[in-house]
Design a protein around this ligand. Structure first.
Ligand code: SAH
Length: 262
């Protein structure tokens, strides 16, 4: 009787790469990268492949101008065919794979195709990029909730009303993918009753040498964003916690005093 050697079984790991700094990868992410045969990455994935996955094939599935861009279904098909060929596939994403990263769709596509898939959570930019400039999303006596919203499409009047209500009651709003519709979002929040003086922070390109923090108010956002030519990727924070940002020690001290923390 001849024994057939066991076929290598491939698998997919959906890996959160964190907000950009290599030190903010998890140990599990590094292990998966070191064991990978192929890594599919895109624009927001941190630049860590040369260091942690030099052995693997690297496939850019992102949206850089001039590069071939794979559709979402094309990415899912590639994950599946690579795993079915017996390879260890890493899908490296920016931040956390399940925060606006289409990770849920990719996991489901793999499972539907009978491919083993696991998820390695990452440090999300929604929390880490504000932290890079000293903004805590919650702070005792200032904010006890935060809401993360995708701004990639204009928000509806009902959504704006709901969010303005949350912010009025001390909730912090965090907007990802919001640069394009920032003015519409802020006008809508003001129309829904958010005080126009509510502080806003725009943090561009967190954890890169080009990181930039702009602080302004809901009323002045459109002017500030245009004056400083704000560009994606940026995390937008709306709420009183913005006063705690590093760049404004006086305001931060006031708020600490108000919250009886100093
Ligand atoms: N899964 C990711 C988010 C994907 S949506 C995560 O958990 O972080 C993409 C949006 O994330 C961008 O439009 C931007 O709003 C935000 N983003 C991701 N990385 C960023 C960074 N380094 N600096 C600023 N914004 C970032």
């Amino acid at each position: 009787m001849t024994e057939t050697p066991p076929r290598a079984t491939g698998e997919v790991a959906l890996v959160g790469g964190g907000p950009g700094a290599p030190e903010l990868l998890t140990l599990a992410a590094v292990t998966a990268l070191r064991e990978a045969d192929v890594v599919l990455y895109d624009r927001l994935a941190p630049p860590v492949l040369a260091e942690f996955a030099p052995q693997a094939e690297h496939v850019d599935v992102g949206k850089r101008p001039g590069h071939h861009q794979l559709s979402q279904s094309g990415i899912e098909a590639l994950l599946i065919t690579q795993a079915q060929a017996g390879r260890k596939v890493v899908r490296l994403k920016g931040g956390d794979p399940f925060v606006f990263g289409r990770g849920g769709e990719e996991a489901r596509a793999c499972r539907d195709a009978g491919v083993t898939v696991r998820v390695i959570p990452g440090v999300t930019s929604a929390i880490a990029v504000p932290a890079a400039v000293g903004i805590p999303l919650t702070h005792r006596e200032v904010s006890r909730m935060f809401t993360v919203v995708s701004g990639h499409a204009p928000l509806t009047a009902a959504e704006l009303d709901h969010l303005a209500g949350l912010a009025r009651t001390g909730g912090t709003l965090v907007i990802l993918m919001g640069v394009l519709h920032l003015a519409q979002i802020c006008q809508g929040l003001a129309a829904a009753g958010l005080p126009p003086g509510t502080p806003v922070a725009i943090i561009e390109q967190g954890y890169s040498p080009h990181q930039r923090l702009l602080t302004t108010t809901v009323a002045s956002i459109a002017v500030t964003a245009a004056e400083h030519a704000v560009r994606s990727p940026a995390v937008i924070v709306i709420g009183e916690v913005v006063r705690l940002a590093d760049q404004d020690p006086a305001a931060a001290a006031d708020l600490h005093r108000a919250a009886d923390l100093s």
